[in-house]
Design a protein around this ligand. Structure first.
Ligand code: PHE
Length: 339
């Protein structure tokens, strides 16, 4: 029995020493020390021994068990450490690797400038409205004092979608839609896309943006127009910018003006951007024509008003010194990422 014990013990120790995984160690623990394990089984055979031999043998078996148990826990710990080391090694992060770039969306420069403009006009009490891009001839021309045979139609090359349907050439259609649904006092702006079949070049695009403004109330005069537009120009371009009102013509305003500001590129000295003049035109405006008020059911003897149409694209290209208007519509990320 002693020999049997000895051979089990040395086999167990050998096996534990050679084990290469924690799982294997666990299997050996069951095999030798478990309830049905080999060393446990030997204890059960002790019934056949004499009373004298029994305690001695018991002590030997217990020693052997202790022996095996110690080695199992030692080897187990070694293997555990080794496994952790391996895992750490395989999961190390190379902190010198360049990180994955996280791209953050940004506002398009047109939207940034538009947001600023909306802020300025809202602070002056204007509401912001929206209008359809596909318009009828009625709203885009007829009610704006431009009947079918009027030569002013040639001022804007129109994309027609049908006999009476077109892509709006100006946001001025919003004036009519507003006056049909609201009664004075009216103070609105209407930003949006407009379309003209122009030749495309660095300063012309078949699609561009305008912001229409309309104020109608009792006693509105040209002074109000000048005050509002001057205030607007100063907020956008800075207090030192000069603002010039030039007589002009629009069929739906009388009198009409075009508004220039000192060129922000050269400060008024004359450069490539302002074509040597020192001025940049930013908008058209005027006192709403009595015919237009009348066509919307507003009595021109009681009410008067002014309207303006600001070119958003020009404002954006001058603010950011963008040399070609087409860049605003191409959605080239290399360009857009600069803002
Ligand atoms: N609609 C005109 C244009 O597109 C601009 C304008 C708007 C002029 C309102 C006067 C009043 O040129």
């Amino acid at each position: 029995m002693k020999e049997q014990l000895e051979s089990i013990r040395s086999a167990a120790l050998e096996a534990v020493k050679n084990a290469i995984s924690e799982k294997e160690i666990e299997e050996l623990r069951v095999k030798y020390l478990g309830k049905k394990g080999e060393l446990t089984a030997i204890l059960k055979q002790m019934g056949g021994l004499s009373a004298e031999e029994r305690p001695k043998m018991g002590q030997l078996v217990n020693e052997a068990k202790q022996n095996v148990e110690n080695l199992i826990s030692k080897r187990g710990q070694e293997l555990k450490l080794k496994a952790t080391e391996l895992k750490l090694k395989s999961e190390t992060i190379d902190i010198t690797m360049p990180p994955k770039k996280r791209e953050v969306g940004k506002l398009h420069p047109l939207n940034t400038v538009l947001d600023d403009m909306i802020d300025i006009f809202q602070s002056m009490g204007f509401d912001v409205l929206d209008g359809p891009e596909v318009e009828t001839d009625h709203y885009n021309f007829e009610c704006l004092n431009v009947p079918a045979d009027h030569p002013a139609r040639d001022m804007q090359d129109t994309f027609y979608l049908g006999e009476n349907l077109l892509l709006r050439t100006q946001t001025s259609a919003a004036q009519i839609r507003t006056m049909e649904t609201r009664k004075p006092p009216i103070r609105i702006i209407c930003p949006g896309r407009v379309f003209r079949a122009d030749e495309v070049d660095a300063t012309h695009s078949p699609v561009f943006h305008q912001i229409e403004g309309l104020v109608v109330d009792k006693g509105i005069t040209m002074c109000d127009l000048k005050g509002v537009l001057e205030q607007f120009a100063h907020e956008i371009y800075g207090k030192d910018t000069e603002v010039k009102f030039r007589p002009s013509f629009f069929p739906f305003t009388e009198p009409s003006v075009e508004v220039d500001v000192t060129c922000s590129e050269c400060g008024g000295k004359g450069c490539r951007v302002c074509k040597g003049s020192g001025w940049i035109e930013i908008l058209g405006a005027g006192m709403v024509h009595p015919n237009v008020l009348r066509s919307c059911g507003i009595d021109p003897d009681v009410y008067s008003g002014f309207a303006f149409g600001i070119g958003l694209d020009r404002l954006t290209t001058t603010r950011y010194k963008i040399s070609d208007i087409r860049l605003l519509f191409e959605n080239d990320k290399r360009f857009l990422n600069q803002f």
